[in-house]
Write a protein that binds this ligand. Sequence first.
Ligand SMILES: [Mn+2]
Length: 316
Amino acid sequence: MSTIARRGIHFMQRLNSANVSSALLEKGQNRGELVRALGGAVATSSLLGVPLGHNSSFLQGPAFAPPRIREAIWCGSTNSTTEEGKDLQDARVLTDVGDVPIQEIRDCGVDDHRLMNVISESVKLVMEEDPLRPLVLGGDHSISFPVIRAVSEKLGGPVDVLHLDAHPDNYDAFEGNIYSHASSFARVMEGDYVGIRSITTEGRAQAKKFGVEQYEMRTFSRDRHFLENLKLGEGVKGVYISIDVDCLDPAFAPGVSHIEPGGLSFRDVLNILQNLQGDVVAGDVVEFNPQRDTVDGMTAMVAAKLVRELAAKIAK
Ligand SMILES: [Mn+2]
């Protein structure tokens, strides 16, 4: 039996032992309802896969990432506890609502404008199920725009965006594509960026235009103390964290489309995440490209640990 199937059975056994009503278990499809029945969760991270890779300017492999990340989250080589001690097997910490069927929708001839709306609507559906909060598995970085739009619309106001990336992704329309993975943050239009090390003149001009704070790798050692003690989300609806796996140095995460040496270490990213003060309302982990990973799936494990620690940050 696959690990994921076995985990599904454990999930149902836990619900049974927690005296969740059998009528609810039989319906069984509504994760929000099941988590509420367990009681005691203020916020539960809910995986939502968005297997979209066609807005990449170079390679399209990120479309294959969500199942590889799930497999790595539940891989028997590690346990289900996060660094600060949350148990991912507890459905109040982490649950999963599956993938948006991106390819099937595209096969019906749906264009990108409508596809972005489908992604936004899917995120809103997750958020309707209190206490679920979306933790989105990319996909290329173009998905952050419809996800952040949905989170902000659903919460009724702006959120602070913490964006960790080798690239600012703020071209107005990269190669003419307004939905390009290199343009998602021009659409989002505001946020704080960390880890930038591949930036063009347009990237700097766009950041200035939108009032974005950028922290570059070349000055990271100077900014480290500040970035590892961020306080975000005050006066807005919360904090959104978008992690492009290529924010990491390729020594830590070779399985990405755009290999850019000189990045953050895995521990740098965890320090930023774990010390961040603020209400994290949603997030994404994007741009893992399984087609460029090592044979033993090292980057899948790296992406999975980013998801696990981000899940712990969201859940309470
Ligand atoms: Mn990037």
